[in-house]
Ligand binder design. Structure first.
Ligand SMILES: [Zn+2]
Length: 298
């Protein structure tokens, strides 16, 4: 905030971003408590401190630690494996449960109390979704804010499926394999249920439109399978190069357009050995390969 004044009984605030951002920002206002911390993401420059802040309603302290830890681990993982984090702060801001979503905008993540702050998580039997959703939203600082996707079929594969993959890799660092499998089983169940209810013929992941059970649930399963097949290191290598080639601000968009899922597939195929190219292609481009639960969940 640069300036603040009052005129004719009305309050005025003048804000300025400290770097270029896409034209996409929220206005969130309340009497907040603030949890603060700082970190230097492991992939950022040595002095690139990031302020971490969670704005929350007093009394809603239950999952703050999970969310704060997830923010830190996510910034570390993504800055190391994809590219440095681009802002000087990252903020999570609570809002009431009239709506139940979280959304990432440049440096700020409005987050419903219903899906993070007020979740009752029992680590013995539950999956830590406060941790996972935080990691997913932080991933959008890369997928959506560093790299924008063309508004065509497959757009949500780039934005949402890659956020799911990124979050899953952070989740895998924090939680044992059994929890990862429990998460994947939830994805499988939601995907199957929505597929049975859907009246539309299923589109392959690379051509997904607005079917959330495909870009979220099936997307997570496909990307997890991909890193099992070709290795996490190779998947990250592909993502890093995809990002460097197509991100919006550091370079002008290639060929005056934004990235598509087919551009992404080019980088995936580049790190896939010949012996696995058919299997990997089917995962993304076919629908009929995706019928056996036990080929995805162990
Ligand atoms: Zn998302």
């Amino acid at each position: 905030m640069i300036r603040k004044w009052t005129k004719d009984g009305r309050n005025y605030f003048y804000y300025k971003t400290n770097q270029r951002i896409i034209h996409f920002y929220p206005v969130v206002s309340a009497r907040y408590e603030v949890m603060k911390d700082t970190c230097i993401p492991t992939g950022n420059a040595i002095d690139a401190v990031v302020d971490l802040e969670i704005y929350y309603q007093k009394g809603h302290e239950y999952n703050l630690k999970r969310m704060m830890e997830s923010m830190k681990m996510s910034l570390d993982y993504y800055s190391t494996h994809f590219s440095p984090y681009q802002y000087k702060h990252i903020r999570i801001v609570e809002f009431p449960r009239y709506r139940t979503f979280a959304q990432s905008l440049p440096g700020i993540i409005p987050f419903s109390e219903a899906i993070g702050f007020m979740m009752d998580i029992d680590d013995k039997k539950d999956v830590d979704m406060a941790f996972f959703i935080t990691a997913h939203e932080v991933a959008h600082q890369w997928w959506g804010l560093q790299l924008e996707a063309a508004n065509v079929q497959g757009q949500n594969m780039i934005l949402e499926t890659l956020a799911q993959y990124s979050a899953l890799m952070v989740f895998k660092e924090k939680y044992p394999e059994a929890k990862v499998q429990q998460f994947l089983k939830l994805q499988w169940d939601e995907y199957r249920e929505a597929t049975l209810e859907s009246k539309k013929e299923e589109l392959p992941l690379v051509l997904v439109e607005n079917e959330s059970h495909i870009y979220y649930n099936k997307g997570a399963l496909v990307m997890y399978k991909l890193q099992e097949l070709i290795g996490e290191k190779n998947v990250n290598h592909a993502l890093k190069h995809f990002l460097y080639d197509w991100r919006s601000f550091q370079n002008p968009p290639k060929q005056n357009r934004y990235a598509t899922s087919l551009d992404f597939m080019y980088f995936v195929m580049d790190v896939t050995p010949d012996s696995l190219k058919n299997v990997v292609t089917d995962l993304f481009e076919q629908t009929n390969c995706f019928v056996e639960e036990d080929s995805f969940i162990h």
